[in-house]
Design a binder for this molecule. Structure first.
Ligand code: CTP
Ligand code: MG
Length: 228
């Protein structure tokens, strides 16, 4: 089977609160999403990369993406939720993807994905019947709150993981699961509603999602530290 990538990039970045969607903010001299797409486009595993944009996106066309090469395609069909944007990408692949081709869904807002992490995901899931996702064990102590905003309990964190992306599943079951699942926040959640158990592949904390301004500063440090 082949591997395709879908990059949902139709969000507005409301929590970040910049004047433009966070995927277009400058990071190490390029739009943030350029780093995200470069990691996927340069991987020999991946045949095509579909970036899903908001139908009214006015930022994408203002940049030059030619150095990312011929694997990159745009789909101006993002929806109101991340899941709807991913569905738009899956539908755009429907005529060309075989049922068992792999789809890697990766947030535009995760610009620090390394080739090592991507290779680990693809290698560990090769031949897997379900698929899986990059994730990291929870590092912080977890508190459950009561109605007064006080600690009701300290929750054991053993066995708890934080989900990252890419999340890698086969095209047909992922499309069916996302079409049927109402409110899921990631692809694994949709696959779980089918009664299947996605595999956790250990990622790295450096594969952070840029959500708040401090995340952008950290992402820049991570990218600079990696430069040869
Ligand atoms: N995304 C999308 N379509 C949406 C919402 C989100 O394609 N309707 C994408 C974002 O562009 C991002 C990824 O999904 O790359 C993860 O979402 P998130 O970090 O929540 O980004 P935003 O929704 O843009 O940010 P916020 O929730 O703060 O508004
Ligand atoms: Mg969001």
């Amino acid at each position: 089977p082949r591997h395709f990538a879908i990059v949902p990039a139709a969000g507005s970045g409301s929590r970040f609160g910049a004047g433009l969607p966070k995927q277009y903010l400058s990071l190490a001299g390029r739009p943030l999403i350029h780093h995200t797409l470069l990691a996927l486009c340069r991987s020999p595993h991946i045949a095509r990369v579909l970036v899903v944009l908001a139908p009214d996106d006015r930022h994408w066309a203002g940049h030059d993406w030619r150095d990312l090469g011929p694997k990159l395609e745009t789909v101006y069909a993002g929806g109101a939720t991340r899941a709807e944007s991913v569905l738009a990408g899956l539908r755009a692949l429907e005529t060309s993807a075989a049922d068992d081709d792999w789809v890697l869904v990766h947030d535009a807002a995760r610009p620090c994905l390394s080739q090592a992490m991507l290779d680990a995901l693809v290698d560990e899931l090769a031949g897997d019947p379900v698929g899986g996702l990059l994730a990291v064990p929870v590092a912080d102590t977890l508190k459950r709150q009561d109605d007064d905003g006080r600690v009701a309990a300290t929750e054991p964190r053993d066995g708890l993981w934080q989900a990252q992306t890419p999340q890698m599943f086969r095209h047909a079951p992922l499309l069916a699961a996302l079409e049927a699942a109402a409110a899921v926040t990631d692809e694994a959640g949709a696959i779980e509603t089918l009664g299947l158990r996605p595999k956790l592949v250990r990622g790295d904390a450096s594969n952070l999602k840029v959500t708040f301004p401090a995340d952008l500063a950290l992402a820049e440090l991570i990218l600079f530290a990696r430069r040869e």
